[in-house]
Design a protein around this ligand. Structure first.
Ligand code: PRP
Ligand code: MG
Length: 180
């Protein structure tokens, strides 16, 4: 069942202190993916969650790069669109951009204009939410396209950073696993 699978998944996610910088505890999703049976468990947990929480979803939007690991597999399983949000300059054709501030400097996210019809019901997927900066920027980008962001789905949420508070009110956020 759901709880047993979740415990199995949690056992396989390793953490690395002081990576990539001193003082940061890095939760490594790839350590879970390195185990075949755990891949299957993670995929089924994500599919089960999206079906239960967001039954109306029409497109799964993955954030470069670790979000792509999950956006494709979930969308393929559901038989719906998988759309990439990428860093500036990576996507061909006409794109819509959103610039956002980082601790030092700024970043730009892009999506292909033709891939998003107004009103398209999207769920944004990523491996992890920390400050919430990435996923919040993606919600603004999709709003700018006229999409309807019906939710966000994360494998891991680091609650101490309060990232979900940045996400615009009214967008439900679900994470499989939370860490302090
Ligand atoms: C990491 C992670 C999330 C984001 C979370 O991605 O995969 O996308 O940071 O942090 P935030 O909530 O503070 O924005 P990263 O930018 O390291 O790139 P990657 O996915 O390409 O490894
Ligand atoms: Mg990322």
């Amino acid at each position: 069942d759901y709880e047993t699978k979740l415990q199995e998944l949690k056992k396989k996610i390793k953490s690395f202190p002081d990576f990539p910088k001193p003082g940061i505890l890095f939760w490594d999703i790839f350590s879970a993916l390195a185990d075949g049976p755990t891949n299957k468990i993670l995929q089924s947990l994500l599919v089960q969650t999206i079906k239960a929480k967001f039954p109306d979803v029409q497109a799964v939007v993955g954030l470069e790069s670790r979000g792509f690991l999950f956006s494709f597999s979930i969308a393929a399983e559901l038989g719906i669109a998988c759309l990439p949000v990428r860093k500036k300059g990576k996507l061909p054709g006409e794109v819509i951009s959103y610039k956002y501030d980082l601790e030092y400097g700024s970043d730009v996210l892009e999506i292909q204009k033709d891939s998003v019809q107004p009103g398209l019901k999207c769920v944004i997927i990523d491996d992890l939410i920390a400050t919430g900066g990435s996923i919040t920027a993606a919600t603004h980008l999709l709003n700018r396209c006229g999409a309807d962001v019906i939710g966000c789905l994360l494998v891991i949420e680091l609650t101490a950073l309060g990232g979900r508070q940045c996400i615009p009110k009214g967008i439900p956020v679900h994470s499989l696993i939370t860490y302090e």
